[in-house]
Design a protein around this ligand. Structure first.
Ligand SMILES: [Zn+2]
Length: 106
């Protein structure tokens, strides 16, 4: 998504707050057109099996407010999960150690 050069409305880093995109699709729940796509982040599994998938396109209906993943998207989620070793990038979190010699009392 192209970033606006305007500094008055900085884009947040949180991918879940990206604006929804209208697509030419009919709601699977109420049958009305105008379904919007919103990118969301979901985590799956736990512990060593935990993986996070970002920017999953979630359908959101402005009429009945139904939120759902399409069958294709669910299928792709399953594909990504089954290939988590090759498709997932391990993201290292910088960890800093507070200095042990730091004087607590001066
Ligand atoms: Zn609907």
């Amino acid at each position: 998504m192209p970033r606006s050069s305007s500094s008055s409305n900085p884009a947040p880093a949180d991918s879940t707050s990206s604006p929804p995109t209208s697509i030419d699709a009919i709601c699977a729940s109420c049958g009305k057109p105008g379904v919007q796509i919103q990118r969301v982040t979901r985590s799956y599994g736990r512990g060593d099996e935990l993986m996070v998938i970002e920017d999953i396109p979630m359908c959101r209906c402005p009429h009945c407010h139904e939120r759902y993943f399409t069958a294709q998207i669910l299928h792709e989620i399953e594909r990504i999960k089954s290939h988590r070793q090759t498709l997932a990038e391990a993201r290292m979190v910088p960890v800093a150690n507070f200095p042990v010699e730091f004087p607590l009392i001066d």
